[in-house]
Design a binder for this molecule. Structure first.
Ligand SMILES: [Zn+2]
Length: 305
């Protein structure tokens, strides 16, 4: 399977014994239905992927610590998988415009909050579309870039953020699957919305054709940074637990170039990257670097308070 691109630097030096002891502990109760009964699906990078026997939600075991995740994000922002992601400005702008177009029919007028706004691709697309939008983000570097572009980005975590106003729409893309406790986050977000306000999120869908086709090689099976794995039913149930009624669920294609996809596969799924690497030479340059819609197995969910 190759090495884990998201390995905790501290855990790596602690050795395999510590990981084995953690994995032998009892899996935590399901955050969706509180059941403690789960079934092993497969292993990847030393983590078990377990499905709740009651509600079918999938999570990794053992769960990461908040400190461990913080170390991984710091290391990977600097030089790993996320550095390549943060650099792909054009494809991020195109994805942001597509997401705004997909959500726009569902929302009324009023301010917009983007949680995890990164360097501000979505805030830029929202500003261009005439919305009053602000964002919060943990990375100091990303916030500095967004602010230099004249965007209303604040460096703060969702746990500490206390908004001065309520929002007609809150977006949180590529976020919920990373959370150790998605319930805590959704409780907060529910309070940030105006009556009838909308929450729009993207999550990887484990029942998507690409997830089924790739099995455990699917790039979204990324422990320990991706903790919880949803399908259309489990994400709808989780939102309903927090008084959020799902209005629509649709495929959310990522707009990427073939070169970018091949680079990411080399990092995230080297076995598949090797098989596809001849495409680098076979595809004409114009096609390799043209932005295309890739069905990555992600869904866009819009819910209302
Ligand atoms: Zn459950």
């Amino acid at each position: 399977m190759g090495r884990n691109p998201f390995e905790d630097p501290a855990a790596a030096s602690a050795g395999a014994d510590a990981a084995a002891i953690a994995a032998s502990a009892t899996p935590a109760a399901c955050p969706l239905c509180a059941s403690t009964a789960s079934r092993m699906l497969f292993h990847k990078h030393g983590y078990q992927f377990r499905r709740c026997r009651s509600c079918r939600l999938v999570r990794i075991h053992p769960l990461p610590s908040a400190e461990g995740l913080a170390r991984i994000y710091e290391a990977s922002y600097a030089g790993g998988a996320y550095a390549s992601f943060a650099g792909a400005t054009e494809v991020r702008a195109a994805t942001a415009r597509a997401r705004v177009a997909a959500i726009r029919p569902h929302i009324g007028p009023g301010p917009w909050l983007d949680v995890g706004c990164s360097t501000g691709a979505l805030l830029t697309a929202l500003g261009d579309a005439g919305f009053d939008a602000e964002g919060i983000e943990l990375s100091a570097e990303a916030v500095a870039t967004a602010r230099a572009r004249g965007l209303a980005a604040t460096r703060i975590s969702a746990e500490l953020f206390i908004p001065e106003r309520r929002f007609a729409c809150v977006t949180a893309f590529d976020l919920v699957e990373h959370l150790i406790d998605p319930n805590e986050f959704l409780t907060r977000v529910r309070d940030w919305l105006l009556p009838g306000g909308r929450l729009a999120i993207t999550v990887p869908d484990i029942a998507s054709p690409v997830a089924r086709l790739m099995g455990r090689h699917w790039h979204y099976y990324a422990p320990p940074v991706h903790v919880t794995y949803f399908d259309r039913d489990t994400i709808e149930c989780l939102l309903a637990r927090h008084g959020l009624h799902t209005l629509s669920i649709s495929h959310s294609p990522k707009i990427l170039t073939a070169t970018y996809v091949l680079d990411q596969l080399d990092i995230l799924s080297p076995a598949i990257g090797r098989v596809l690497s001849p495409l680098r030479k076979l595809l004409p340059r114009g096609l390799r670097d043209r932005p295309l819609h890739f069905p990555v197995g992600e869904i866009l969910v819009v819910a209302t308070a």
